[in-house]
Design a protein around this ligand. Structure first.
Ligand SMILES: Nc1nc2c(ncn2[C@@H]2O[C@H](COP(=O)(O)OP(=O)(O)O)[C@@H](O)[C@H]2O)c(=O)[nH]1
Ligand SMILES: Nc1ncnc2c1ncn2[C@@H]1O[C@H](COP(=O)(O)OP(=O)(O)O)[C@@H](O)[C@H]1O
Length: 206
């Protein structure tokens, strides 16, 4: 299905900086809207229900799975996370660009469903820096940080399956790269849509 809006998917190991980059991108580019996922993880300090996530019980998540409410969902670091169909399909159908901050399993599921989705993987500059960012963020217990670091190797191994990889060393540089990717892909897709429409018109295909 070809929608007028575009889907961008950003994945990264925990602490690499994806939430900070996506938030900064949306401040610079008002055409990009967030997809708010549902999760069974409890909220962190400043997180607000409906802003970072919809925080739901395991039972509610089960119900949504049974109702086929998710376009994709996955188990990540011991909790379940899912992207609701309602959250994205209507908006890309109306021409908005939607950005999903999800794990690699979800990203690859999205690419199977929406072949035009643009997958971006964010890498930290080193393992040491990843650990110190998680510690500096100060939102997770030591055990949670260790679990996230232990899972990071498997996640990083998926980077080659993505369309673009950004190393988030200097924040402003990484933000520039993300902005450039979104801008270039948007131009490419809109040129393709125009070319397709012109071809259909020339061939009198309704
Ligand atoms: N598959 C999938 N992954 C998600 C979704 N929402 C968030 N995630 C991922 O779940 C992982 C944990 O997210 P979170 O608990 O917010 O921790 P953070 O990555 O340290 O900020 C991250 O890799 C997120 O990208 C979703 O809807 N689907
Ligand atoms: N380029 C960077 N240099 C230094 N610190 C960064 C950089 N990018 C993000 N951070 C910090 O690292 C921590 C983790 O970033 P966050 O966006 O929460 O990561 P993620 O969403 O990938 O888990 C935050 O405290 C954030 O301010």
């Amino acid at each position: 299905m070809d929608y007028p809006g575009n889907l961008f998917v950003v994945a990264a190991p925990s602490g690499a900086g994806k939430s900070s980059l996506v938030k900064a991108l949306m401040e610079l580019d008002k055409q990009v809207q967030p997809s708010v996922s549902h999760t069974t993880r409890p909220p962190r300090g400043q997180e607000v229900h409906g802003r970072e996530y919809f925080f739901v019980s395991a039972e509610e998540f089960d119900r949504m799975v049974l109702d086929s409410a998710f376009v994709e969902w996955a188990n990540v670091h011991g909790h379940r996370y899912g992207t609701s169909k309602a959250g994205i399909e209507e908006r890309i159908a109306q021409g908005a660009d939607v950005i999903l901050e999800i794990d690699f399993q979800g990203a690859l599921q999205i690419k199977r469903i929406f072949a035009n989705a643009v997958l971006v993987f964010i890498l930290p500059p080193s393992w040491e820096e990843l650990r110190s960012r998680l510690q500096r963020r100060g939102e997770d217990s030591a055990d949670t940080i260790e679990l996230r670091l232990a899972n990071a190797a498997e996640e990083v191994a998926q980077a080659p399956n993505f369309d673009f990889v950004i190393i988030n060393e200097l924040f402003e540089r990484a933000l520039f790269d993300l902005k450039a990717i979104v801008h270039a892909q948007r131009l490419k897709f809109s040129a393709q849509r125009r070319a397709r429409a012109a071809t259909f018109q020339a061939l009198h295909i309704p």
